[in-house]
Ligand binder design. Structure first.
Ligand code: SAM
Length: 264
């Protein structure tokens, strides 16, 4: 870790950090079409400097940039390790989302994807995004909400491991139910003209194996040991694997994506 204290999400906290990077990449791929449609619907900028807050290894920045050749993407992340993996063509800055090292109004737009749920002060981070976006510029925030998860059946031990994961996140200031708060966060920061573009991810469309990998597997990982012994977490992870190949396993969740505009 390079900035601040223990964070609610850091790739190095996972049993196998390389596998977590692979998961992030697959997640980008399965959500790509729906996200692109959402970006168009939200009139996201097609040119100028755009900020990606919590860009991670840059899979999303690469995709967004490839679809918008006139956009320059600047990726910010507090984790120097993941920033080293960002592909060329994307500027990177190691910084904390709560205190962005940019001047006021420097960007035509900004987005934060699956990041706010991990922040101790998401309101401060959104206020910073408001500050660095130019008047009339666009924001997009996308995040999950654990309350949106529908499973049938539930993998054995999954309810327990989910509760332990949520408590691990809360201890670090994270909020696993942030999806429902996104609209209020944007409004409170001063954004207007909110547009919602919910993104449904389900096991019929992407397959149960991909759903288990992208949505369920990170739950059974990176949990404080005093909350759940390692063997129990491993058992739940195996149950997720069995769920993925099970007859008629169904899973669905909805990521909340909200776009808005800084007043002109
Ligand atoms: C779940 S990953 C999402 C990465 C990327 N946005 C994506 O959608 O694939 C969350 C990212 O937020 C970063 N992060 C967590 N806390 C942060 C903070 N306080 N400031 C900046 N980045 C942070 C993590 O290092 C990680 O790369």
């Amino acid at each position: 870790m390079s900035v601040g204290t223990k964070r609610s999400y850091e790739v190095s906290q996972f049993r196998d950090p390389r596998a977590e990077l692979t998961r992030l990449q697959r997640q980008t791929v399965v959500m790509a079409d729906a996200e692109e449609a959402a970006l168009r619907r939200l009139a996201f900028p097609e040119e100028g400097r755009v900020l990606d807050v919590g860009c991670g290894p840059g899979f999303v920045a690469a995709r967004v940039g490839a679809a918008r050749p006139k956009v320059t993407i600047v990726g910010v992340d507090s984790d120097a390790e993941v920033l080293r993996r960002v592909p060329p063509g994307i500027e990177t800055v190691e910084a904390d989302a709560h205190a962005l090292p940019f001047t006021t109004g420097e960007f035509v737009g900004a987005y934060a994807r699956l990041v706010l749920r991990h922040l101790a002060r998401p309101d401060a981070a959104v206020a910073e995004m408001f500050r660095v976006i130019a008047p009339g510029g666009r924001i997009l925030v996308l995040d999950s909400d654990d309350g949106a998860l529908v499973l049938d059946p539930w993998p054995a031990g999954f309810a327990g491991v989910l509760a332990a994961k949520q408590e691990t996140a809360r201890r670090r200031g994270g909020n696993p139910f942030i999806g429902r708060r996104l609209a209020a966060l944007l409004e409170n920061a001063g954004f207007q003209d909110l547009v919602a573009a919910p993104l449904c991810v389900d096991s019929i469309t992407i397959g149960a194996a991909a759903f288990a990998h992208v949505v369920l597997s990170p739950v059974a990982d990176a949990i404080d040991e005093d909350l759940m012994p390692r063997e129990d977490v491993a058992r739940a992870a195996r149950a997720v694997g069995e769920w993925a190949t099970g007859h008629q396993s169904f899973g669905m969740t909805t990521a909340v994506a909200i776009g808005a505009r800084k007043p002109p």
